[in-house]
Design a protein around this ligand. Structure first.
Ligand SMILES: [Zn+2]
Length: 233
């Protein structure tokens, strides 16, 4: 679906561009629906399109020993999926998996490279975002090693909440176990703890956030650190 005008752009990275540049890019962008569970890239695969999520969320996963997956980054309306292209590398190092159904704007890889060479504003926005995603990935590496599952789950729910802008989202235990790198039993235990504290309700793969402030208190410090780095970038 082509995009008629700039007001349809909910992605904040695109919306931050000067009006003229954003309007110009719109000709190369196409709106697509992304569905929960859809794989956009696999590791070592060529990147054909980049995606600027509007209300969708995409999880970046690293695969270990072919079968185990661990989330290393989360991309929503604040960013772009396909960051290697900002370095003119058209190959993905991660699996990009749609974790929240919604829409995104996509652009052909060749167009992104061309536009980046022409537009300083786009370059600046994408470089800032690349830095912020690197910070998120770095912090996540430490978080996965040092912080307990309940705190990581709380952090992860806050990050999802920020991007989805809705209090309720679908999330199976299998998904969560990949996101957090723990077995399902560990996910169940952590979700139960947050539920007992009345911070969330969780049933049949649907999570509802009941107490956002409480969740912030239950999260590890990584949530604030990454948010501050993004806001300050
Ligand atoms: Zn942490």
């Amino acid at each position: 679906m082509p995009i008629a005008n700039r007001s349809a752009v909910a992605n904040s990275l695109l919306a931050a561009l000067p009006r003229k540049e954003c309007q110009h890019l719109i000709d190369d962008l196409e709106q697509v629906a992304l569905t929960y569970g859809e794989v956009l890239y696999e590791p070592a695969e060529k990147i054909k399109y980049v995606y600027f999520p509007n209300d969708s969320i995409v999880s970046l996963l690293t695969l270990v020993d072919q079968h185990q997956a661990l989330e290393v980054g989360l991309v929503g309306r604040e960013g772009m999926v396909g960051i290697p292209l900002t370095l003119e590398i058209a190959m993905s190092s991660v699996r990009a998996l749609v974790q929240g159904t919604g829409t995104a704007m996509r652009m052909k890889a060749a167009h992104v490279i061309k536009e980046l060479r022409q537009s300083h504003a786009l370059q600046r926005e994408l470089h800032r975002y690349t830095y912020s995603l690197m910070a998120q990935i770095t912090q996540t590496a430490a978080c996965n090693r040092f912080h307990v599952v309940e705190a990581r789950l709380a952090r992860w729910l806050l990050m999802t909440h920020d991007r989805m802008q809705t209090n309720q989202f679908r999330l199976t235990q299998e998904f969560l176990s990949h996101m957090l790198g723990v077995r399902r039993v560990g996910v169940t235990k952590a979700a139960r703890t947050l539920q007992q504290d009345k911070l969330i309700s969780y049933s049949r793969g649907n999570i509802t956030i009941l107490d956002r402030d409480g969740l912030e208190r239950a999260s590890c410090s990584c949530y604030e650190i990454v948010k501050d780095m993004h806001d300050g970038a």
